[in-house]
Design a protein around this ligand. Structure first.
Ligand code: CUA
Length: 184
């Protein structure tokens, strides 16, 4: 019971104000527009990653990463191979307790298909300083097509809590300046 009873006891039978109905309609239509525009952002603005996903076992995926690293290794840093995939080709990165393996070396202005999966638990691929975040699950191979636009060193951190070494789960992607100098 309220202290003062409403003037009209059956308030829910009152007709809705015309202005309120108009606002409800506008809000509803705007909601629908925004919902379907999520698809449009895929084509305009390039905001959504166009990723593909495939089933894979952790063992199969690990083997792919080792084969890839064995084939294209160009260096080593602190025991971690630096691997340079062919331009336009596939690059593999493995998430595991607690590292991103190996170090990738890409070339500015070229496209690569970057494969991501986990050998054990769920991890979060967060590319710094860009705003790219991708969930990495064991059993799923994500493929993201990227074209680095700026040379430099990019850090990878894990942004999904994965145990005692989570804060040390770091990785690196090196982007070399394009061979022909600055891109037009
Ligand atoms: Cu991997 Cu947190």
């Amino acid at each position: 019971m309220t202290i003062a009873s409403p003037e009209k006891r059956v308030w829910w039978n009152e007709p809705i104000e015309r202005v309120e109905l108009i606002w409800i309609a506008i809000a509803f239509l705007w909601g629908l527009f925004m919902f379907f525009f999520m698809v449009a952002w895929h084509f305009f603005g390039g905001q959504n990653l166009s990723n593909e996903t495939y089933r894979v076992t952790p063992g199969e995926y690990e083997q792919k990463v080792y084969d890839f690293a064995g084939q294209y290794q160009v260096g080593e840093e602190a025991g971690v191979p630096v691997v340079q995939p062919p331009v336009g080709g596939d690059a593999y990165m493995l998430a595991r307790l607690w590292e991103w393996w190996p170090i990738l070396q890409l070339r500015e202005g070229e496209s690569y298909r970057i494969h991501l999966s986990s050998a054990d638990w769920q991890h979060g691929f967060s590319l710094l300083p860009t705003n790219i975040n991708i969930q990495v699950h064991p059993g799923y191979e994500h493929v993201i097509t990227v074209t680095p636009t700026e040379a430099g060193e990019y850090g990878i951190v894990c942004n999904e809590y994965c145990g005692i070494g989570h804060h040390q789960m770091l990785g690196r992607i090196i982007v070399l300046a394009s061979e022909g100098g600055a891109q037009p």
